[in-house]
Design a protein around this ligand. Structure first.
Ligand SMILES: [Zn+2]
Length: 1008
């Protein structure tokens, strides 16, 4: 029977999983752990052990042993609405040797290719009591080691958790019980597991029908652990059962098991209980081995008020009524999985449901009364599941897939297996009020989280050092998926401005980090949910995809996922599979991209050597944002492609640049032909052309003979050269002129992003009026072409372009655009002609820019009148455009008031900070209130986002020093790297301004 179940590989996993449930299910009744139960348990343990020794069972077991997402926070912070946040989305065989999947005897547990493994704590066997001196020495040793993070010891590992949780939604507390089957591998008197901000009320270890209570429980807040210390040694090879009961607070920090506020039918405040565990917060909910490689199965039970929806990773198997209007909901057993993917939600929701073509039940849970807002996500999710099944050639391993909108949610979305949680703005679509940009983000987010169900959940990174595997990969695949579902979005072109150029920008800083970064303590882990893990990760995978080709990429992915299903991996495992599938040297090529920080700039010159032969001379060196020589001598293995004017959309030659310099001859190139390096902007590097090559390319830009991605890549590279001092700003602005006839939305996004950086610089000078005039001249022709009203049958990208261009014209002070925006705003408010969602930000900004208190109040009324989170976001972020510092201060007070959710407040303050008029005031506000903000957000990525935007737009050495000194005195754990990066950016701004100020003045005034 097992063999039959296994025949189809993972496609039959669900079947195998059912079989296993029948065989191995421990019907533990958590509410009555009595002596019957003990008896039962001993029998079951014996039964299980007998099974485990059978190789058949092992195979089945391995079948089952089997998200925070980066997702954009939507509204434009810098300029063009590109995604902002990293989602939260979250092997080693040496560890597998200690975990549930280790039951295959003789498995090779050594994993030599796995880098950056964290040291693990080993429980010392103390056969004799320590003397006083020894104790003191031990104490000193401990102090000296305090800073060194260690992973959990592996002497005792969990195999299966029974977990019962009972939240109190009035008093904001919860009780829990857990019964964990543990495997004691070495004799020990201690069991260390993770626990944070919970109190373990009782503990009992049962084995071989004996019961043991610990003498004490030692908590370490620093290590986020609890150590159970027993008086008596637990022998090796013990299969024990650890019973624990605990209590905790249903906190308001959006991590662990927390409360999320919503409003009842009469406007009264109500609360849902929600979990967010990635990266390291399962330990805030229940005592557990909270590391991604320590996988186990879970039987989850919730005790909830009768009238509340209760959800978890798996479908419900049984419900019972309990006294006091309570009900007990038991969920089916999960496959083997990591703790960070466990989830429960208790609250009031409506839902829409559907079935994917391959029979998976999909439901989208929405706030009560907003069921129809889940329809779009439902449509995407039901189509995405079969798409991935086909793409990976592996069926979705669970019987159901729930998506749920959570009102208080810190990330964009989280890929909990079978129960994906989302910020409301990342899943709900209100057809009348949702912008196209938002819809697109929602499609990408749903695609991202569902990709994690395979890549992350079925196969999980061994340790957070390999987080990029999860996030980079999902961030790449979300585009594959949206391209498949919505070809009209032209999403791969948008990838370049949304993901790729953002990664290059951050990665050119000295304070960047390699994709694979050794991390240990939770605060370090939080900080790597950044553009390097997500955007650079996705960009290097896209480069690799292009290098080995679609077919081999798919083959390799299937090999990787099948080989490591229910297990854990490190980066090298992915390279090995892709190498096997493609017969290309993937490991050697990719290591240089994942293990070094930064990227190269490829300088290229060409020489016509005969009538139709061109010699290219290429050189690579590390690109630095400030143009200084790189402090390390890095060499990348760069896959280079070249196109020529003979065939602008084709590839003329590909080769690997694996040394500092090389020469390559191109055939069939005439004297007047242009040559473009990196067609499609796929390679993760910048190109610096000789003047002659650049001159040959410019007419091809003007005539739009170069494809959009090449026009885009060219201008973005040029701006980077300017910032690094390799070219001057006036030169690149001259080049921008060639883009005046540009029609492509994404190319305009790239130009806008670069000009926004320049806008910030110019805000420190008296050249603002001149720059505004330059901007109006540049954007007006395209605005005239598009007009305010959508044309019949207009394409998706023109709708996005209209909103981008008109918003820019508002900030460039176009009187005509502002006038029209104000008129349209009036008709919107009066209800005569409601604004389409895509143009609201433009109009809100236009009225607020020189608005007075009355306008401000009017906007607050609009905010209060809507219950659509997206609209609240749009309004509250537009408030940052006010031109009056006093009003801007009110914006900050509003952000910090109870009216704005903590998850959104950060972005309202950021909107003030990026307004040059609010810059100083917002920084002063932060300095005065940093303790309160730290308490509110408990560190984490929301706070680090805030800090980044508060400080990186300064442009003097004095400010750089002030910021450094401030953060030396007021340390904010988990934000250290962000601060160093932002300080580096301040110095870059200062140098750029000093270098180019005069020429810029001449250029802009000449333009008059
Ligand atoms: Zn993710």
């Amino acid at each position: 029977m097992y063999k039959n179940a296994l025949k189809g590989g993972i496609r039959t996993a669900k079947q195998a999983w059912k079989l296993k449930n029948e065989l191995g299910k421990l019907q533990l009744d958590l509410a009555k752990a009595n002596s019957d139960f003990e008896q039962h348990l001993c029998e079951e343990s014996g039964h299980l052990n007998a099974l485990i020794s059978s190789k058949q069972f092992v195979k089945v077991q391995k079948q089952f042993y089997r998200d925070y997402s980066c997702v954009s926070l939507g509204a434009p912070l810098k300029s063009s609405d590109a995604p902002l946040l990293g989602d939260l989305c979250s092997q080693y065989r040496a560890i597998l040797a200690h975990t549930s999947a280790d039951v295959v005897s003789g498995q090779d547990i050594h994993h030599p290719g796995c880098n950056y493994q964290q040291t693990r704590r080993a429980h010392q066997q103390q056969s004799q009591p320590l003397s006083k001196e020894q104790e003191q020495l031990e104490q000193e040793r401990k102090m000296a080691q305090k800073a060194k993070f260690e992973r959990l010891p592996t002497n005792v590992v969990p195999k299966h958790y029974e977990l019962l949780l009972q939240p109190n939604l009035q008093e904001f507390t919860f009780n829990g019980k857990t019964i964990v089957q543990v495997n004691v591998k070495e004799p020990t008197t201690q069991i260390t597991l993770n626990a944070l901000d919970i109190v373990i009320d009782s503990v009992e270890l049962h084995y071989e029908c004996s019961k043991l209570k610990p003498e004490k429980i030692v908590y370490s807040a620093e290590n986020e652990t609890a150590t159970l210390e027993f008086a008596q040694e637990i022998p090796a090879e013990t299969q024990g059962v650890l019973h624990m009961s605990f209590t905790g607070e249903l906190n308001d920090k959006m991590k662990g098991f927390y409360r999320s506020k919503y409003f009842g039918p009469n406007g009264e405040e109500r609360y849902a209980g929600v979990t967010q565990f990635e990266a390291t917060d399962a330990r805030r909910c229940f005592p557990c081995w909270d590391e991604p490689a320590i996988k186990a199965t879970f039987d989850i039970t919730l005790v909830v008020p009768k009238d509340r929806v209760a959800l978890s990773n798996m479908p419900v198997v049984k419900e019972d009524s309990l006294p006091d209007d309570l009900r007990r909901v038991r969920f089916d057993r999960t496959p083997i999985m990591s703790t960070y993917l466990v989830a429960v939600v208790v609250g009031e929701y409506d839902y829409v449901e559907g079935k994917s073509d391959d029979g998976v039940l999909v439901r989208v849970f929405t706030p009560v009364g907003k069921r129809e807002q889940g329809t779009f996500a439902l449509e995407v999710a039901t189509k995405v599941l079969p798409y991935y099944k086909d793409y990976f050639n592996i069926a979705y391993p669970l019987p159901k897939m729930d998506l749920i909108a959570i009102s208080d949610f810190s990330a964009g979305a989280m890929e909990n297996w079978g129960l994906v949680t989302y910020r409301e703005t990342f899943v709900l679509v209100d057809p009348k009020n949702t912008s196209l940009m938002r819809k697109q983000s929602i499609a990408l987010t749903v695609g991202h989280e569902i990709a994690h169900q395979w890549f992350g959940n079925l196969v999980t990174m061994e340790w957070w050092t390999h987080l990029w595997l999860n996030e980079g990969y999902a961030s790449f695949v979300e585009f594959l998926c949206v391209h498949h579902l919505f070809p009209e979005y032209d999403i791969w072109t948008q990838f370049v401005t949304d993901m790729y150029t953002r990664a290059l920008e951050l990665d050119s800083l000295k304070n960047s980090h390699p994709i694979e970064v050794p991390v240990g303590h939770p605060s370090e882990i939080d900080e790597i949910f950044d553009e390097i893990s997500y955007n650079k990760g996705a960009s290097v995978i896209r480069m690799l995809h292009d290098y080995i080709g679609e077919d081999d990429f798919r083959k390799g992915m299937n090999l990787y996922l099948t080989r490591h299903q229910y297990g854990n991996t490190c980066t090298e495992d992915l390279w090995a599979a892709l190498q096997e599938a493609s017969s290309k040297n993937v490991g050697d090529v990719m290591t240089s991209w994942t293990q070094h920080k930064g990227f190269p700039v490829v300088s290229v010159e060409s020489e016509q050597t005969s009538k139709n032969q061109r010699l290219l001379r290429l050189k690579q060196c590390k690109f630095t944002a400030d143009g200084s020589p790189a402090d390390e001598n890095c060499l990348w293995v760069v896959p280079i492609s070249v196109s020529t004017s003979k065939n602008p959309t084709g590839i003329a030659k590909t080769f690997l640049l694996d040394k500092p310099s090389m020469e390559v001859t191109l055939e069939n190139v005439d004297e007047g032909d242009w040559i473009k390096i990196n067609p499609g902007t796929v390679g993760y590097y910048r190109t610096r052309y000789s003047n002659k090559m650049l001159e040959q390319l410019m007419p091809a830009v003007e005539k739009m003979e170069l494809p959009p991605l090449d026009r885009l890549g060219l201008i973005d590279d040029m701006f980077a050269m300017v910032q690094a001092g390799h070219a001057n700003t006036a030169e690149v602005l001259d080049l921008v002129d060639s883009y005046r006839n540009e029609t492509n939305y994404t190319v305009w996004t790239a130009i806008t992003n670069s000009l926004t950086n320049l806008h910030i610089l110019i805000s420190h000078t008296d050249l603002m009026d001149d720059f505004h005039r330059f901007g109006r001249n540049l954007y007006e022709p395209v605005a005239y072409r598009l007009g305010w009203e959508p044309h019949d049958g207009e394409n998706h990208l023109d709708t996005l372009l209209r909103s981008l261009v008109l918003t820019r014209l508002v900030s460039f002070r176009s009187i005509e655009t502002i006038g029209e925006a104000k008129n349209r705003f009036r008709s919107h408010v009066s209800g005569t002609n409601p604004l389409p969602a895509d143009l609201r930000t433009t109009c809100y900004k236009a009225v607020l820019q020189d608005g007075d208190e009355q306008i401000f109040e009017e906007m607050l009324d609009l905010y209060r009148a809507t219950d659509l989170h997206e609209e609240q976001d749009r309004i509250s972020r537009a408030l940052g455009c006010c031109g009056d510092v006093k009003l801007l201060r009110r914006v900050i007070d509003f952000a910090m008031s109870g009216e704005v959710r903590a998850q959104d407040a950060v972005f309202v303050i950021v909107a003030v900070a990026i307004n040059p008029k609010g810059r100083d005031m917002a920084w002063e506000f932060f300095k005065e209130n940093n303790k309160q903000l730290l308490e509110r957000y408990q560190g984490g990525f929301l706070l680090s986002r805030l800090i980044k935007y508060l400080i990186e737009n300064f442009a003097t050495e004095e400010r750089a020093k002030e910021v450094e000194e401030f953060f030396q005195v007021n340390q904010i754990p988990g934000c250290e790297r962000t601060v160093s990066q932002a300080v580096e950016t301040i110095r870059l701004n200062a140098a750029w301004l000093q270098r180019d100020r005069e020429q810029l003045a001449l250029f802009l005034r000449d333009d008059e």
